[in-house]
Design a protein around this ligand. Structure first.
Ligand code: NOJ
Ligand code: CA
Length: 714
């Protein structure tokens, strides 16, 4: 009997081909185990000896052939370690350490005579892995039915999530335990944004926190040639499974070997601050493909923009939209709409303002023909991107701007007629170069043409990447709106200077952004790359423009200032109508001073959904800026200035919510005070409900400190 059992065990071992390989992060805190059990590949992850992911399945199903799920044997495994330091062109820090342990496992399916590799990179702050398909005789082309990667979480974590949607991320976040997602799922579509509901799927970056205080962030890196990923939740087992965006035919990807999928990323930390400091996603992207990056510069800009969102202040279209609806197409012979904002006089006013206050650029929307009837009709041809309205002169305005040391930013709203945009793209970029533009804000409002494609399907991912790489050839920086969640590609294509791909300030005028929104975004959307959030609204209540209007920006004025530090982007807009800055010149000074590109960043304190305090050192300067924000709860925070040079004196200018400030009842109340500080100083900063603080710190001489003290005494 014993003998038979032993024999059986050996035979089982042989057929099941159990194989396991373990790697550790450079600091030994994270451990990743790859296993082949019953010829199926699995991985698991532990942090400080505790499970983060239980044994989780790997693989893909194929629409036109056998799947990459089972029947594998391990052919070869290689482990190695890697360390480099690299300097981003634009960034939060001057140099980034890219240090990991790598395991690559070559799997073969003897029955189909095919091979697939799984490559793991384990960093001190998390894991990245991807599938690789070498070119081979039996695998030239295949169609993906779905990716079956799972993330088997070790508990009912708290999650900060937005619901699955193949076309938009423009949602407020819901905070709940994973087990509560089913009961909250339908409510999480707020009616405003939803284009394509994906049942029980959550969007990434997905932020999670375990009961024992481990923070986990799940996303993807280097999304190239592949559909974007959501994760489907099984609320009973707390398992997430990848869910790729389908194309018009329901397929998820057309692959030609050799091909590597994007990386799946799991960032892990015992402190929320470490999540925000992680550079894992950037590290998993390839180095810059642009050889000469001298022309890629941080951009602070104002724009003919917010006025279009404020009642009676401006419109994109040259004439009234009704003219087209009434069948009047000869609109050039009509008098212009009194509020057409992109007119020469108004644009000049914005250029003058930008020059006077040291901004780099002016965005102008509504400059080109088509806005009379652009929205929601799934029309193939709306814009040609080269025909200005009669009252906008691109030659004159660009030379006017450049005389004043300012650039204009082009606007390409594609109305999601992407085939049309693809046809015009070279012409449109050439038009920009010929007129002196070096940056474009592109937009993808509405349903995608080709019809049935989605914003996040493979065809569109290819389009977004084509738009960026082509722009690089023309020396153009791209800020794309309604584009796919960024995945760190700004390392490879630093001209992809920022993107929207989340609910930005515009939504304050249609539905509103929750007071906790910007305390969550850095943990979610911004994990993939910089966001053009468009902060800086000083006139938060819209009844200022139209009595009785109940809409308002759900922050205090000071919180709007703090966002320039807490929401990292090398492209930052001072979004308000410029007249409003003239009403608050002392507060506006902070927006004028704050940098957009940094040598150093310290995440001083953070908790998703509650508060964020960040200090950053301006690129090539000794100036520091601190931003602090809170959700709907007022709070007092300690801010230690230990990051300042020792034995140096500084003057801090502190912009803080005034007494009784409140985001609803008293948003514009603020104080400004100056203080002599050193690296020993601990500040206690109060923040109002949905308020914050902004601090600028400059080195000061003895004399300047004495003068300040004298002034304070008097
Ligand atoms: C949506 C963008 O997010 C917004 O910034 C832009 O003004 C409109 N589309 C019009 O293109
Ligand atoms: Ca948008």
């Amino acid at each position: 009997m014993k003998k038979t059992l032993a024999l059986l065990a050996i035979t089982l071992l042989l057929i099941t081909n159990i194989f396991a390989q373990t790697i550790q992060s450079p600091d030994g805190q994270l451990q990743c185990i790859f296993e082949l059990k019953d010829s199926i590949p699995y991985y698991s992850l532990t942090y400080k000896g505790k499970p983060v992911l239980y044994s989780s399945k790997l693989g893909l199903t194929i629409a036109n052939g056998p799947s990459f799920m089972t029947g594998f044997i391990s052919k070869d495994q290689q482990t190695s370690s890697f360390s480099e330091t690299w300097n981003p062109v634009l960034g939060e820090v001057k140099s980034i350490l890219n240090n990991y342990t790598e395991l690559s496992v070559k799997l073969s399916q003897p029955r189909h005579n095919r091979e697939m590799l799984v490559r793991f990179r384990l960093f001190n702050d998390g894991l990245g892995f991807r599938y690789e398909f070498p070119q081979q005789k039996n695998l030239n082309y295949f169609v993906i039915k779905d990716e079956e990667t799972s993330f088997s979480l070790n508990g009912d974590h708290k999650a900060w999530w937005i619901p699955g949607d193949y076309d938009t991320e423009e949602y407020n976040y819901t905070t709940s335990q994973l087990s509560e997602v089913p009961s909250l799922f339908d409510k999480s579509y707020d009616g405003n944004a939803s284009q394509t509901i994906v049942p029980m799927a959550l969007q990434t970056p997905l932020m999670l926190k375990s009961g024992d205080g481990v923070y986990i962030n799940i996303h993807e890196a280097a999304l190239i040639g592949y559909a974007a990923m959501h994760v489907e939740l099984d609320p009973k087992s707390y398992t997430l499974k990848s869910h790729l965006t389908p194309d018009a035919q329901g397929n998820k990807g057309y692959i030609q070997t050799p091909f590597n999928t994007p990386w799946r990323t799991i960032i892990v930390a015992d402190k929320a601050e470490k999540i925000l400091a992680s550079k894992l996603i950037l590290n998993l992207n390839e180095p810059s493909k642009i050889a000469n990056t001298d022309w890629i510069k941080p951009v602070k800009y104002v724009g003919v923009w917010w006025q279009m969102f404020c009642p009676g202040q401006g419109s994109w279209s040259y004439t009234d939209i009704d003219n087209v609806h009434l069948g009047i197409t000869d609109y050039k012979n009509l008098p212009p709409n009194k509020t057409h904002a992109a007119n020469n006089t108004n644009v000049k006013k914005y250029i003058d303002f930008a020059a006077r206050h040291g901004f780099d650029a002016v965005l102008v929307e509504g400059w080109n023909e088509g806005w009379e009837d652009w929205f929601g009709k799934s029309k193939e041809f709306v814009f040609d991107f080269v025909t200005p309205y009669p009252d906008f002169n691109p030659t004159l305005l660009n030379s006017y701007a450049q005389q004043k040391g300012v650039r204009l930013i082009m606007h390409h709203e594609t109305s999601s007629s992407v085939t049309n945009y693809e046809r015009w793209m070279d012409t449109a970029y050439r038009f920009m170069v010929n007129h002196g533009y070096n940056a474009v804000k592109s937009g993808y409002v509405g349903n995608i043409i080709p019809r049935g494609e989605h914003h996040y399907s493979q065809w569109m991912i290819d389009h977004f990447n084509r738009a960026i790489t082509k722009a690089a050839q023309y020396g153009i920086m791209v800020n794309s709106h309604e584009s796919v969640h960024p995945t760190g590609l700004n390392r490879t294509w630093p001209n992809a200077i920022a993107a929207e791909a989340a609910r930005g300030t515009e939504y304050e005028t249609f539905g509103g952004n929750n007071p906790d929104h910007t305390t969550i975004l850095p943990f979610t959307r911004l994990m993939g790359g910089p966001m053009d959030y468009t902060p800086g609204i000083f006139q938060t209540r819209l009844d200022y423009y139209q009595p009785g209007d109940t809409r308002y920006v759900k922050t205090t004025l000071v919180k709007q200032m703090a966002l320039y530090v807490t929401m990292y982007s090398p492209l930052q807009m001072a979004a308000d109508i410029i007249e409003n800055y003239e009403r608050f010149p002392d507060a506006f000074q902070f927006i004028k001073d704050v940098a957009a590109d940094w040598d150093d960043t310290r995440i001083l304190s953070a908790e998703p959904g509650d508060h964020i305090i960040i200090a950053r050192k301006a690129k090539g300067k000794d100036d520091w800026f601190i931003g602090g924000i809170t959700d709907e709860n007022p709070r007092t925070s300690n801010v230690e200035l230990g990051f300042l040079d020792s034995n140096e004196n500084y003057i801090a200018t502190i912009y803080e919510d005034g007494k009784d400030a409140h985001y609803i009842t008293n948003p514009q109340k603020y104080n400004i005070r100056k203080l002599a500080v050193t690296n020993k100083v601990k500040l206690q900063q109060k923040m109002a409900a949905s308020g914050g603080f902004a601090i600028s710190i400059k080195k000061a001489s003895r004399e300047e400190i004495n003068n300040l003290k004298k002034r304070r005494r008097n």
